[in-house]
Design a binder for this molecule. Structure first.
Ligand SMILES: [Zn+2]
Length: 157
């Protein structure tokens, strides 16, 4: 049995904890990153990461921006709401019409600068902040080996 957070072998029977709404079996040192099973009743789709911070130096939460899954539908909706053609929208943000087409068909994920222009133009958000939990298991902090740094990311549903 290996820890589902750091991947190390668990001595003993491990701990059942809830991380991001899913139940996992983890080792004693990763136990702190989840909540004890009975205390967390998570609803489906509940996104908050429940963390117990005991060693502040070893856990970092960073926020990364991710595109919303339906960004292309949002772009299309906002454009159509205003009665613009793809060409008109392209002109407004000084991009090619073909780019707008690809964005709306979800063929490409637009560059951050394009996303920004669209967000500004429509007054909407196409990205969301996603917490990224970086766990540093501080055995040898100077020479980290594989497995010492674990990144737990929320999986898209
Ligand atoms: Zn572990």
């Amino acid at each position: 049995m290996n820890c589902e957070i750091c991947g190390r072998e668990i001595r003993g029977k491990g701990f059942r904890v809830v991380v991001e709404g899913s139940e996992v079996t983890v080792c004693a040192s990763c136990r702190q990153y989840g909540s004890e099973k009975p205390s967390t009743v998570t609803q489906p789709g509940f996104r908050k990461v429940v963390l117990k911070k005991r060693k502040p130096y070893s856990t970092k939460i960073e926020f990364t921006e991710e595109m919303l899954e339906n960004y292309h539908l949002i772009v299309r909706r906002e454009r159509e709401k205003r009665g613009w053609s793809q060409e008109q929208l392209a002109k407004k943000i000084q991009e090619k019409e073909s780019l707008i087409k690809k964005i709306e068909n979800a063929e490409i994920v637009p560059e951050p600068e394009v996303v920004e222009k669209l967000e500004k133009l429509f007054g909407i958000r196409l990205r969301e902040k996603v917490p990224e939990v970086k766990v540093e298991l501080g055995r040898s902090k100077l020479t980290p080996t594989l497995g010492d740094v674990v990144v737990v990311r929320r999986k898209k549903k």
